[in-house]
Write a protein that binds this ligand. Structure first.
Ligand code: SF4
Length: 137
């Protein structure tokens, strides 16, 4: 396997564009771990069961947020209503496994202006995030 393009780390700081919370016309899913569902439910003052019934759907055996017109239901005019307890998938952006190929990274860099800004994530840290996301699958 060749050297990782991010062996010297990558910088990222969310600029609050909320572009990653909108899927446009595409049906994209925010998947949820059990921990995500429990934390968000508590944050909203709901039981995990009630939260799951009200806000989630299941596809191929995996829970995800129900979308509203293709956008995340927790997106409120540019900000996340559950930011402090947002799902792992959201916290892990932009270090998603599918983005961690040189060409894919160049592509998302064009649409996310937080990439290249902020603190440096070391390659080991990025690998940990990828591992955590892969374990969710
Ligand atoms: S949960 Fe919050 S951060 Fe995640 S997609 Fe929805 S609005 Fe965006």
């Amino acid at each position: 396997m060749g050297k990782k393009f991010y062996k010297n780390g990558l910088r990222f700081k969310c600029q609050g564009s909320s572009k990653c919370c909108k899927s446009g016309k595409i049906d994209a899913c925010v998947y949820l771990t059990l921990k995500d569902r429990r934390q968000i439910a508590t944050h909203l003052g709901l039981s995990t069961l009630k939260f799951t019934k009200q806000y989630t759907a299941k596809t191929y055996g995996k829970f995800h947020l129900k979308q509203t017109k293709h956008d995340c239901p927790f997106l409120r005019t540019q900000s996340c209503r559950i930011y402090t307890v947002r799902p792992l998938q959201c916290r892990a952006w932009p270090f998603w496994p599918e983005n961690m190929k040189c060409n894919s990274w160049k592509k998302i860099k064009r649409s996310c202006n937080g990439i290249g800004k902020g603190r440096l994530y070391r390659s080991e840290e990025i690998d940990r995030i990828i591992k955590e996301l892969n374990e969710q699958k």
